[in-house]
Design a protein around this ligand. Structure first.
Ligand code: ATP
Length: 377
């Protein structure tokens, strides 16, 4: 099973079965489900740095908790020393000490992620893991799992959506009682970003929303209407994750939205894009435009995500065609023709472009004449 995966085969050639090296977590789950693992997590009973060196390649990150990230031959490995974790208080980062493989499996989130595959092919797993995998069931390992780490609600939601698994009843009720407030906005923000980059983000957001309403703000709509159409309109230079977020938050109060995005740790540019796009989608003169120039006036300056979300034929025409149209003349031509430096140059160019969009002028000479003939007022 491991040999069939090229990055798994590399592990097998770097280590002997007795070296205390095991594939762990999501990669084992995915291999058993016959899905391609996204990255290989490796647990090491012993010295992580020495194991990283044995893999060859480049060690891109490592820390004092005994973790290392290795890139070698097109493969990425996350190495972690087998460890036990305890939580001093709800939502705190864990206290970590070296532990056994069994302890390492016990610190994990759900049973289907608490499995390790030794290089000799032996599988170590927490109780019930294989039965849960076969049944397509997500189950936390103990009752205080979401108290220790409330971000696990996000993880369970993402797995439910991606794997099509059901959430076991007790786990569902524990998730419903989880308190997201014991964890910082930044940590929730990282989880939200992961959800937005899932293969089916609305399904992941919906799953989280169903598990616990307190994880997403008032007015957040996990499955907004029109999202698929908007994504289909979005050009390659647009951000699918931010468009999705804007669609989900279009019904939110504008101020509450900004405050929430700040709390989730979005950079100012991303926050402003989402806010602009979610506003644009609600009331826009784009649909009412009658000419290309009116479409341009409605859409110009708005992020492509906003225009895609507004939708319709005009959005398509702007995104595919109109936004790429340029004049052949520039401000230098107007300066050379005697127009004084200042905002009038830009205004004349813009009006000329609008006339070009409407098919009234074509070619450099006509553009220049049109730009000069205007009175600038
Ligand atoms: P993905 O397919 O999304 O990469 P993954 O299962 O590999 O999923 P990672 O976030 O890469 O997930 O984490 C690797 C493993 O570490 C998980 O399978 C799980 O066993 C464990 N893990 C990660 N985060 C947590 C957490 N917050 N609590 C408990 N265990 C966790």
């Amino acid at each position: 099973m491991l040999r069939a995966d090229p990055c798994g085969a590399r592990l097998l050639s770097a280590f002997a079965p007795g070296d205390g090296v095991h594939l762990v977590g999501g990669a084992v789950r995915d291999l058993l489900l016959a899905r391609a693992p996204r990255e290989l997590d490796v647990v090491v009973e012993g010295d992580v740095d020495a194991a990283a060196a044995r893999l060859g390649g480049e060690v891109t990150a490592h820390d004092r908790f005994g973790t290392a990230r290795v890139r070698a031959g097109g493969c990425a490995y996350d190495l972690v020393r087998a460890r036990a974790e305890t939580y001093a208080r709800p939502g705190a980062l864990p206290d970590v000490r070296p532990g056994t493989l069994e302890e390492d499996l016990r610190r994990r989130d759900v049973t289907v992620n608490a499995m390790a595959l030794g290089l000799d092919g032996t599988l170590a797993a927490v109780e019930g893991a294989l039965a849960d995998l076969r049944a397509g069931r997500l189950r936390v390992l103990h009752d205080s799992s979401f108290v220790d780490d409330p971000t696990r609600v996000w993880r369970v939601g993402r797995y439910a959506a991606r794997l099509g698994f059901e959430v076991e009843e007790r786990t569902r009720s524990l998730a419903g009682a989880a308190d997201p407030a014991t964890v910082s906005g930044d940590r929730h923000g990282s989880e939200l970003r992961l959800a937005l980059n899932e293969p089916d983000p609305p399904a992941a957001l919906q799953a989280v929303h169903e598990l616990n309403r307190a994880y997403l703000p008032e007015g957040f709509e996990p499955r907004p209407r029109g999202l698929a159409a908007a994504l289909a309109l979005l050009p390659d230079d647009g951000r699918r994750d931010l468009l999705t977020l804007a669609a989900c938050t279009a019904g939110m109060d504008a101020r509450a939205l900004l405050a929430w995005l700040d709390d989730m740790g979005f950079a100012a540019a991303e926050r402003d894009l989402v806010a602009a796009a979610s506003r644009f989608s609600t009331g826009t003169p784009l649909r009412a435009a009658r000419t290309n120039a009116e479409i341009a006036r409605a859409a110009r300056g708005a992020p492509v995500e906003a225009v895609a979300l507004a939708g319709g034929d005009h959005a398509r025409r702007w995104l595919d065609e109109l936004r790429h149209m340029r004049l052949e003349i520039t401000g230098d031509d107007l300066l050379a023709a005697g127009i004084p430096e200042g905002p009038e140059i830009g205004a004349r160019l813009q009006r000329t472009l609008d006339r070009k969009l409407d098919g009234e002028v074509a070619g450099r000479e006509r553009e220049l004449a049109a730009a000069l003939e205007q009175d600038g007022g």
